[in-house]
Design a protein around this ligand. Structure first.
Ligand SMILES: [Fe+2]
Length: 310
């Protein structure tokens, strides 16, 4: 060997090849596909931005702090996925619904399973007038041909006027503004709640830092959460967005789709009020949900409720 010849340096691409080979024997096919693509993209990403060692450490610290701030009622990693739009990309791809059918939106970190099954026309505002302005939401659940679906379930939840879900607000009654409703033989559902308000997503953790760095606000436009499900139809996790909200088109988590924007009508006419036995003006939303044929599925996530006094 001549004095001038030296061993070639190892390139980053060689390291990538080595890592890909190392996971090549992953037994589970899906895990192998996901891990392989994750490594490939992550290594290419590091090359593209020439990620610096201190930046990698900062990222690791960011994720550690996401874990530190998470608990039974706070899921910073879901929030992180939401504000980066990853949640909406994944949900939209998974749903793949035809035009005209109910589209998906983010589940969010505040879904709490097991809310009470309520009768037709029930009011899930269990906290009295402090909950907000009364709203009636009613309509039908239909299939793609416009035929009613009897026995479909709507699992709904929302915040009170303070923009807080009951699970993070010990002042609210258990399961306040949450409930499950089933459609009758004509596919109809009918419920009373409060008109949604816009609210901030938590910005006192790592996700808040990210929003500030990117000069973004942390507001979500007013919305009403729904999980719509029925036998032989795809379960759709979604939200309905009020058309009068100032944050409608700058949602911090990118959840808004045109078909999910709805209009609440203010009802003040005494005759209309008398029809529903209400002495006070209220908001009315008529909305039909159109479900796509497929398999009914459960939702594998649920939050807990913060204990009082926290
Ligand atoms: Fe929400």
């Amino acid at each position: 060997m001549a004095d001038t010849e030296r061993a070639a340096s190892t390139t980053s691409e060689q390291i990538t090849a080595e890592v890909l080979a190392a996971v090549g024997n992953t037994g589970d096919e899906r895990a192998r596909v996901v891990l392989t693509a994750l490594i490939r993209h992550a290594h290419d990403f590091a090359r593209e931005v020439r990620l610096q060692p201190d930046e990698l450490l900062a990222a690791a610290d960011f994720l550690r702090r996401c874990g530190d701030i998470s608990d039974e009622a706070r899921h910073e990693f879901i929030l992180l996925s939401d504000v980066l739009g990853i949640t909406m990309v994944v949900d939209t791809l998974a749903a793949d619904v035809p035009d005209g059918a109910l589209e998906t939106s983010v589940l969010g970190p505040f879904y709490r399973a097991g809310s009470p099954l309520e009768p037709h026309g029930a009011n899930i505002s269990r906290g009295g007038s402090v909950d907000g302005e009364p709203a009636r939401i009613h309509g039908r659940v239909l299939d793609l041909h416009g035929e009613p679906i009897a026995g479909a379930e709507l699992d709904v939840w929302g915040t009170n006027a303070n923009g807080l879900y009951e699970n993070v607000d010990p002042l609210q009654p258990d399961y306040n503004l949450r409930g499950r409703f089933r459609t009758d033989e004509s596919g109809a559902y009918d419920l009373w709640t409060v008109k949604p308000v816009s609210y901030p997503i938590p910005d006192d953790g790592p996700v808040g830092e990210l929003l500030r760095v990117t000069n973004r606000h942390n507001m979500r436009p007013a919305h009403f959460h729904v999980i719509a499900s029925a036998e032989n139809h795809r379960t759709i996790v979604t939200e309905l967005y009020s058309d009068d909200d100032e944050y409608l088109w700058s949602d911090a988590v990118f959840g808004v789709k045109s078909s999910l924007v709805v209009h609440y009508e203010r009802i003040e006419d005494p005759r209309r009020l008398a029809e529903v036995g209400s002495a006070e003006p209220y908001w009315e939303l008529r909305h039909d949900f159109v479900l796509t044929p497929g398999e009914r599925a459960g939702v594998s996530f649920t939050t807990g409720r913060e204990s009082a006094g926290r």
